[in-house]
Design a protein around this ligand. Structure first.
Ligand code: BDR
Ligand code: CA
Length: 394
C-alpha cells in the first residue's frame, strides 16, 4: 500500500516504518511529529539528518525509534545497523479471533514494523465462528496489502461447547466496515503445525501472542512439547484478577476454553497476561474515535470499526471503548507503558467459576511465579491514542 501511494506521489508517512525499507523504496519522505510537518527530503537526507534529533517532543515511540537509528550512525554502515536491528526485533505470531480489538491490534503490529516481525497470523473461533473470523482476518490483511502468512486453527474448544460474542462484535464478528472481497491466501489450515514450523525456522526465540481463547496455543504445546525452548513467552489477553465480563467472575477468552488456559499457565513457558484489570484502562474516547474519521484509508477503517464497537459497548456500560487486545501489542512495542507483578496464576476449569483466573498473592506463595500480570497503564495520555494515532497517517 505504501509503495503504491508513493508511486502515485501521495503523501506517505514514514516515521513508523523501517528506515531500510524507506531508503530502499522511496524517493521522497515527509516526516511528521506531533501532527506537524517537520521535514520533506530524500530518505538518505532524513537518515543522516542530525536536526531530526532536535525534535522537542520525542515522546511517541516511533519517533524515538527513528532518533535511535540516527543516533547510532557513527562508524557503522547501514548493513551493520540493520543487522543490529534484526537482533533487537521481536519475532511474533498472532493467534486471534478478529474481532474489532483483534484487528486494531493486528494493524498496530503491522504498522510498528520497526520493532515487530510478524511471522504469521493464526485464527481461532471465538468472537465469531472460525469461518467468520478467518474471513475478517483475510479482509483486513488484504486491505493493508500485508504479506503475512495466515493459517486457520480450531473451530473452538476441544472440550466445551462453542461460545461466540455477536452481542459485542456483530453478526460478522467485525461489523462496521464494508469489504468487497476476500482474496487473501490461506497458507495452511493447520495452525498448530504452521506455528511449529514458523517457530522452528526462526533463528530467534518467538513470542506467541494470544488474542483469543488459547486452544491453538495449548495444542501446540501438547503436540510439540519441545517447542517450549523456542518460545520466549506467551503474551495473552484474557482473564483478570478483579472481575469478569462474560460472567461476574470470568473473562471471555478464558471462559471459552479454560482447559487450554490451564495448559498454557502450567506449561513452564513464561506468560505475560493483560487481564481485564489493565485492558479496561486501555480506552479510546468517543472524541478520539471521531477524530479518525476521513483522515486516511486505514484511519477511516479504524473509525468504522470503533464506531460500531463503541455503540455495542454501551450495552455493557462503557462510554469509551476498551481496546483489550491492543494491550498485548502495546506491551511488545513499549513494555514501559505498563506496570505489572509476577504471580503464580492458574484457572478454574469447571463449575460456576469456570474461566476464573486467580493469582497466589500470599507473601510466601507456594508455587513458582509463572505469569507477569499487567495491572496498570502508566502514561495514559500517550497510551491507546498515541498507538492508534498512526492510523491517521495512512
Ligand atoms: C476479549 O474478548 C473478545 O471479545 C475480545 O476480542 C477480546 O479478546 C475481551 O474479553
Ligand atoms: Ca480477541
Amino acid at each position: 500500500m505504501i509503495k503504491d501511494l508513493s508511486k502515485q506521489n501521495k503523501t506517505v508517512i514514514t516515521i513508523t516504518h523501517d528506515m531500510e525499507f524507506v531508503v530502499r523504496e522511496f524517493n521522497r519522505v515527509i516526516v511528521f511529529a506531533d501532527k506537524q510537518k517537520r521535514r520533506d527530503a530524500s530518505p538518505m537526507e532524513i537518515f543522516w539528518d542530525e536536526q531530526l534529533l532536535t525534535f522537542s517532543h520525542l515522546k511517541q515511540p516511533y519517533i524515538c525509534q527513528l532518533a535511535t537509528i540516527l543516533g547510532h550512525k557513527d562508524g557503522l554502515t547501514i548493513e551493520d545497523l540493520l543487522e543490529e536491528k534484526e537482533e533487537k526485533m521481536k519475532h511474533i505470531i498472532i493467534d486471534c479471533d478478529p474481532g474489532h480489538d483483534d484487528t486494531l491490534a493486528i494493524l498496530t503490529a503491522i504498522a510498528h514494523a520497526e520493532k515487530l516481525r510478524v511471522l504469521g497470523i493464526t485464527t481461532i473461533g471465538g468472537n465469531q465462528t472460525l469461518e467468520k473470523v478467518t474471513t475478517n482476518a483475510k479482509n483486513i490483511l488484504e486491505f493493508v496489502q500485508a504479506e503475512i502468512p495466515l493459517a486457520t486453527g480450531q473451530k473452538g474448544s476441544l472440550t466445551k461447547e462453542l461460545r461466540i460474542a455477536p452481542e459485542a462484535h456483530g453478526d460478522s464478528g467485525m461489523d462496521g466496515p464494508y469489504f468487497n472481497g476476500e482474496h487473501y491466501p490461506i497458507a495452511s489450515d493447520n495452525a498448530v503445525l504452521f506455528m511449529y514450523e514458523k517457530i522452528m525456522a526462526c533463528t530467534q526465540k518467538v513470542i506467541l501472542v494470544g488474542l483469543g481463547s488459547l486452544t491453538n496455543i495449548a495444542l501446540l504445546i501438547k503436540v510439540f512439547p519441545e517447542i517450549r525452548n523456542k518460545i520466549e513467552y506467551i503474551n495473552i489477553i484474557g482473564g483478570g484478577l478483579g472481575h469478569g465480563n462474560t460472567t461476574a467472575l470470568d473473562e471471555f477468552n478464558i471462559y471459552v476454553d479454560p482447559g487450554a488456559a490451564e495448559i498454557v499457565f502450567n506449561s513452564d513457558i513464561p506468560v505475560v497476561m493483560s487481564g481485564l484489570d489493565v485492558t479496561e484502562q486501555a480506552e479510546i474516547t468517543v472524541a478520539e474515535i471521531n477524530g479518525l474519521k476521513n483522515k486516511g484509508r486505514v484511519s477511516h477503517l479504524a473509525y468504522e470499526l470503533l464506531h460500531f464497537y463503541n455503540h455495542s459497548g454501551r450495552q455493557f456500560g462503557f462510554i469509551n471503548s476498551p481496546i483489550h487486545d491492543l494491550c498485548a501489542i502495546a506491551y511488545l512495542i513499549d513494555p514501559g507503558m505498563f506496570s505489572g507483578t509476577s504471580y503464580h496464576v492458574d484457572v478454574i476449569t469447571e463449575g460456576k467459576a469456570r474461566g476464573l483466573t486467580y493469582a497466589d498473592k500470599r507473601l510466601a506463595a507456594v508455587e513458582k511465579q509463572n505469569t507477569f500480570v499487567l495491572v496498570e497503564i502508566l502514561y495514559n495520555e500517550y497510551s491507546m491514542l498515541s498507538l492508534t494515532l498512526l492510523f491517521i497517517f495512512f
